[in-house]
Design a protein around this ligand. Structure first.
Ligand SMILES: [Mg+2]
Length: 261
């Protein structure tokens, strides 16, 4: 990828590309400013299901980014938009308290709902909760999952993520969940719609070879993998997924795009 020609919008993953935990990864704001000076629009992308968009916006502003809250795309927001377009725009929410506010404006109830939303409930997943989700889905509500990750790691080691619980409901009901987070095609389609952009003129920059790179590639979006965040050489090699470019960090993006020598 030697030239910026043809790229009209860049989608930047947040965690692992622009920040690590609460800390900035150097070069993020400079890169964004350079892109914008060339009239390339920027949207910010995250798969987080524990923080509301307002909070992510506050964090980025604190780090020196100039953006609107609407410029951030996350699974809860995509789920909310999907539900708003339903005939019965109502939902039963089984999500982390942290993202509740992203569903504002929806009719939230526990019976006769258009959609059941499964999110990151962590320790709150109990047999009773799973039965409730099962019954609602079985009786005809759409099943929306904010993500379908298999597992994650905290200080105590590996833990079950949301995916196995979603799989349990799918198995019991014989129905498929609509996964709205990365790497689902729906997420990237939503992104292109929001940017009013074509895949061919878009670029996804991420640290996750599967969620960011493979997800975007399947829609024909060009990709750059950064070696910060969760990047792991051995894991990337095993996937046999090939991004258009691999760069040390977001600071190197202008150079990779041919914006600077
Ligand atoms: Mg990331």
């Amino acid at each position: 990828m030697a030239t910026v020609r043809g790229i009209r919008q860049v989608f930047l993953d947040i965690d692992g590309v622009l920040m690590l935990g609460e800390l900035p990864i150097p070069g993020g704001t400079t890169t964004v400013n350079k892109l914008k000076s060339l009239d390339i629009s920027v949207l910010y992308v995250t798969n987080t299901t524990r923080k509301p968009r307002r909070k992510i916006h506050e964090q980025l502003v604190k780090l020196g980014f100039h953006l609107e809250e609407d410029d951030i795309i996350c699974p809860a927001i995509i789920a909310r938009e999907k539900i708003m377009q339903m005939k019965r725009p109502s939902a039963a929410l089984f999500v982390n308290d942290g993202v509740m506010e992203d569903f504002e404006g929806l009719r939230i109830q526990r019976r006769d709902v258009g959609a059941v939303v499964m999110g990151d409930l962590g320790d709150k997943f109990s047999p009773e909760i799973l039965d409730e989700i099962f019954r609602l889905t079985f009786s005809g509500s759409s099943l929306i999952a904010l993500q379908k990750n298999r597992f994650w790691r905290d200080q105590g080691g590996l833990r079950l993520d949301l995916g196995p619980y979603v799989a349990a409901i799918e198995y019991a009901t014989g129905r498929r969940a609509d996964i709205v987070g990365k790497p689902s095609p729906g997420f990237f389609r939503g992104l292109l719609e929001r940017a009013q952009a074509h895949a061919a003129s878009s670029l996804m920059v991420g640290d996750d070879i599967e969620a960011d790179i493979h997800g975007a590639q399947r829609l024909g979006i060009r990709t750059v993998l950064v070696k910060t965040g969760k990047y792991d050489f051995d894991f990337v090699s095993r996937t046999e997924i090939t991004p258009n470019a691999v760069i040390p960090s977001v600071a190197d993006l202008p150079k990779a795009l041919g914006i600077e020598a």
